[in-house]
Design a binder for this molecule. Structure first.
Ligand SMILES: [Zn+2]
Length: 177
């Protein structure tokens, strides 16, 4: 194992040989993949990593040299982070910065905790909305909530993406309702 001291604590995005996003690993792990020729660096991060024999730029995105078969997962876990990521960290009602999760059809009235019924919301809209539906308030959802699709969710469901990864992750805004 090379003695690699990461200069930053951030992770590196790992792409399959087909450029499909796979996961996020530590910068150290990504560097080992590159040094052992299991991956090539496709985007540098900040700084230089030093080992006893090598030095290389901190990897921000690496691509595996051999294709790895990944079981296709259709279900994206309904985590708080995944909901914020799907909605672009913005309130579904006023488009301000989102801080809370709102159930469109209120849970107190039988609304489900499901992708189709949860949206990111700012504290003010969430508080004002209370136990009412958007229709009862005359509010309009910016986008119809739906379960996210695509391989980028292997990454987006777990952590905030590094801006340098945008080229490899599909970070478009949800379609307007
Ligand atoms: Zn709002």
């Amino acid at each position: 194992m090379p003695d690699i001291r990461p200069t930053v604590g951030s992770g590196a995005l790992v792409l399959n040989a087909t450029y499909e996003p796979l996961c996020v690993v530590s910068v150290r792990r990504a560097a080992i993949l590159v040094l052992s020729a299991k991956a090539v660096c496709v985007a540098d991060g900040d700084g230089i990593l030093h080992s006893a024999r090598n030095s290389l730029p901190v990897p921000s995105v690496v691509r595996l040299t051999r294709f790895v078969r990944v079981p296709y997962r259709t279900h994206v876990g309904l985590s708080r982070r995944a909901i914020f990521a799907r909605d672009g960290w913005r309130c579904a009602y006023c488009r301000g910065p989102a801080e809370t999760i709102d159930h469109v059809f209120p849970r107190s009235r039988g609304g489900r905790h499901a992708w189709e019924n949860v949206v990111a919301a700012c504290a003010r809209c969430n508080h004002t909305k209370g136990d009412k539906t958007p229709a009862e308030l005359g509010w309009r959802l910016h986008a119809l909530p739906a379960a996210p699709k695509g391989t980028a969710w292997r990454v987006l469901g777990h952590r905030a993406p590094d801006p340098r990864w945008a080229d490899w992750l599909d970070l478009r805004e949800p379609e307007a309702a």
